[in-house]
Design a protein. Structure first.
Length: 356
């Protein structure tokens, strides 16, 4: 093809013999992506060795960009591609979130993940705009379940918010274990609510075995981890993670917990002992308790609508033993609550249930 030519909705302007004027007339250094096509240019804008442009198409739909087939691809109208803009996505989330008992503000900084899923959904349904998807939601109640599943943001890693886990290991959990020892209790009960793909509950297991059991050999961990997304729970049960997810674990703990070589090692069997993964939506169902430690981080107090937060908090507190601990996310705050909770670690997001 002779330049200029189009890829999807983008026009690519190349100089003589395929060179890219300046930065490719679009202000980017190669390689760069246009739609679903990757443009690979060598020095001076040439493909290495030939002085032309190389296209790497990453999906079957991208191949249609160069097709002579006059039919528009799925999700288009009249041959024109309609992508969901950020503004479209924001407006849709602002309208839909309250109907799911969620709050739009929780998605503000992480909406990219949700918007990408919505864009793919529109293509799958053959819809050309967010407005058409809203019409679909109003006409098809089952589509709300699909949208709800898109609103589960999955950003996690081991030992996330390391200062929280440090104070749990060094101060707070030893105090609780001393109390349990004095009462002759051996089971230490933990609930990870909204566990996603398992990084948090497995962090607790590694911390318990490596950091606490040497001092409390009689203690046994009994940990239940819940999430609303079965696909995430399957990943958690598999227990294999890219090494980047382990970077905040203390190195000696990472070596013991993930002894396998390779880019995606699996958790050693002994750190899976005492853990149970269950599907459960925190909006409608909670574990029975009582628990010594409940972790509810970056779920209820980020994404739930304020009235729902006020419903969930006292139920979480009721599931704590006296002096039991509730941990929330580092950027979260609790809704207005009674005096049953007090801060347990200064400014860190750890709260203790007061004794009545």
């Amino acid at each position: 093809m002779e330049p200029p030519f189009r890829i999807g909705e983008a026009q690519v302007l190349l100089g003589p013999e395929g060179t890219a004027p300046g930065k490719g007339a679009c202000g980017m250094e190669p390689p760069f992506h246009i739609g679903e096509a990757q443009v690979l240019l060598g020095a001076g804008g040439h493909r290495p060795g030939e002085g032309h442009v190389e296209w790497s198409l990453h999906s079957a739909s991208a191949g249609r960009m160069f097709s002579s087939d006059p039919r528009p691809p799925p999700g288009t109208a009249g041959g024109e591609v309609h992508a969901m803009t950020d503004r479209d996505c924001v407006e849709l989330l602002q309208w839909a979130a309250p109907r799911l008992r969620l709050r739009w503000e929780g998605f503000r900084r992480v909406r990219g993940q949700v918007c990408k899923r919505l864009g793919r959904r529109l293509k799958a349904l053959g819809l050309s705009s967010a407005a058409e998807y809203r019409t679909r939601l109003e006409a098809d109640p089952s589509e709300w379940d699909v949208l709800d599943s898109f609103c589960r943001v999955t950003i996690s890693r081991f030992y996330r918010d390391h200062r929280v886990f440090d104070v749990l290991r060094d101060d707070l959990l030893p105090a609780l274990l001393e109390q349990s020892r004095a009462r002759g209790e051996h089971r230490f009960r933990v609930w990870s609510a909204g566990c996603a793909s398992g990084e948090e509950p497995y962090t607790v297991s590694v911390l318990f075995q490596m950091g606490l059991q040497p001092r409390f050999p009689e203690a046994k961990l009994d940990l239940v981890a819940t999430d609303a997304d079965e696909a995430l729970l399957e990943r958690a049960r598999r227990g294999c993670y890219p090494r980047g997810a382990l970077r905040e674990l203390p190195p000696e703990w990472a070596a013991a917990a993930f002894p396998e070589p390779g880019p995606e090692p699996c958790l050693a069997p002994r750190f899976r002992e005492g853990l149970t993964f269950l599907r459960q939506d925190l909006r409608t169902e909670l574990q029975d308790g009582p628990f010594h430690l409940v972790l509810c981080r970056n779920v209820a107090f980020t994404y739930f609508a304020p009235p729902l937060q006020r419903e969930v908090l006292p139920k979480l507190v009721a599931r704590l033993v006296p002096d039991g601990l509730l941990v929330i996310g580092g950027h979260e705050s609790l809704p207005e609550h009674d005096t049953d909770l007090e801060r347990a670690a200064g400014p860190l997001p750890v709260f203790r249930r007061r004794r009545s």
